[in-house]
Design a protein around this ligand. Structure first.
Ligand code: ADP
Ligand code: MG
Length: 345
């Protein structure tokens, strides 16, 4: 089976799923490579969960195919697929200990007790919960419970782990800690992760590649830096980061807030830069950086982010109403496609 060995872990082709009139997934094609951390990012209702459920086998597609390591599993039930799923509501068994929760899948599959014990210990060590095996879920924090849920999936050593907004119930600080933790675990165990989130920071932080979903379709697939710095559509530019769109000469252009320089008196302009002039209308001091909303003379407005290296909040706020000159390098200016225009115009 040399062919299967070379095949991607997950391959979707022409995947389509309808719920009555609603087209939840509308022709999705993607490949997820071995050991990849692959994220499906998009707003609520864009078809991420449905796509994940189609991979897991909880749903059957109306059209298209699901291949796992080259094997067509489109017609197979969930238990016949080498995948495991971690949901946001991690649904641990409350009457069982942590150890029993993690061992559950192995017990069902009649893995002998000594091996079970070793694998459970190993899985708990991976999620840094060694020594917690005897506790009940109620005796754990939210983050710890989520780790148990993860251990319960990892212990089965699936080829592919599917994760649907697993950190959605945690507060921001814990979520950021768990993002780093999840990435470490994924690297350590080498299992392919297909991860669903609506949170762009989360997607950019953890992923090897991101697929941006919009209305059941993928608008762009690429590494985080590429999706952020070179969004190909207006939707991607707006959803991943602050979009900063301008209409110039009949085209839609975009430039990221941190790529724009506000020139002060005495600053020497860069002769090769793109230049706009305008007035600062809003100032938002946000600790690490200040965001300025600048209304431009040639129409439109831009958000500019400036790191607060020396600026105090008072100095930043004083800038309101000031006339400024903005510049950015031509390579940081992107020309975007508007999908809506292509389709309806
Ligand atoms: P996401 O996970 O990106 O928020 P979903 O895949 O859950 O999006 O949903 C995509 C679309 O399909 C939405 O319009 C949603 O309302 C619809 N949908 C999802 N599941 C069902 C279902 N079981 N029955 C009817 N409509 C559904
Ligand atoms: Mg969802």
């Amino acid at each position: 089976m040399a062919e299967a060995a070379a095949a991607p872990d997950v391959r979707l082709r022409g995947l389509r799923k309808l719920y009555g009139e609603v087209v939840a997934v509308d022709g999705v094609d993607l490949d997820v490579g071995r050991g990849e951390f692959f994220t499906m990012l998009g707003p609520s209702g864009s078809g991420k969960t449905t796509t994940l459920r189609l991979i897991a086998g909880f749903e059957r597609p109306d059209a298209g195919t699901v291949l796992l390591r080259g094997l067509d599993v489109t017609g197979e039930p969930p238990y016949a697929r080498e995948v495991n799923t971690v949901f946001q509501d991690y649904a641990l068994f409350p009457h069982m200990s942590v150890e029993e929760n993690v061992a559950y899948g192995l017990k069902i599959r009649r893995v002998p007790r000594p091996e079970r014990r070793t694998r459970v210990e190993q899985a708990l060590a991976t999620v840094r919960l060694s020594g917690y095996g005897g506790r009940r879920p109620a005796q754990l924090s939210g983050g710890q419970r989520q780790r148990v849920a993860l251990a319960r999936a990892l212990v089965n050593q699936p080829q592919v782990l599917l994760l649907d907004e697993p950190l959605g119930a945690l507060d921001l600080k814990l979520r950021q800690e768990m993002q780093i933790e999840l990435k470490r675990i994924q690297r350590e165990v080498g299992i392919t992760f297909v991860y669903v989130t609506h949170d762009q920071d989360e997607a950019l932080t953890m992923s090897d590649r991101v697929a941006v979903f919009n209305e059941g379709r993928i608008e762009q697939i690429g590494p985080p830096a590429e999706v952020y710095e070179h969004p190909v559509t207006e939707f991607v530019a707006g959803f991943v980061g602050v979009s900063n769109l301008l209409e110039r000469n009949g085209r839609t252009i975009s430039v990221r807030p941190e790529k724009i320089r506000i020139l002060r008196e005495g600053d020497r302009p860069d002769p090769t830069a793109h230049v706009e002039t305008g007035t600062i209308r809003e100032v938002v001091y946000a600790g690490m950086a200040t965001r300025y909303l600048v209304e431009l003379e040639d129409g439109g407005s831009l958000t500019v982010a400036v790191q607060n290296l020396e600026t105090t909040s008072a100095q930043a706020l004083e800038a309101r109403g000031r006339s400024v000159r903005l510049e950015w390098r031509p390579e940081h200016m992107l020309t975007l496609e508007t999908r809506g225009e292509k389709e309806h115009g």
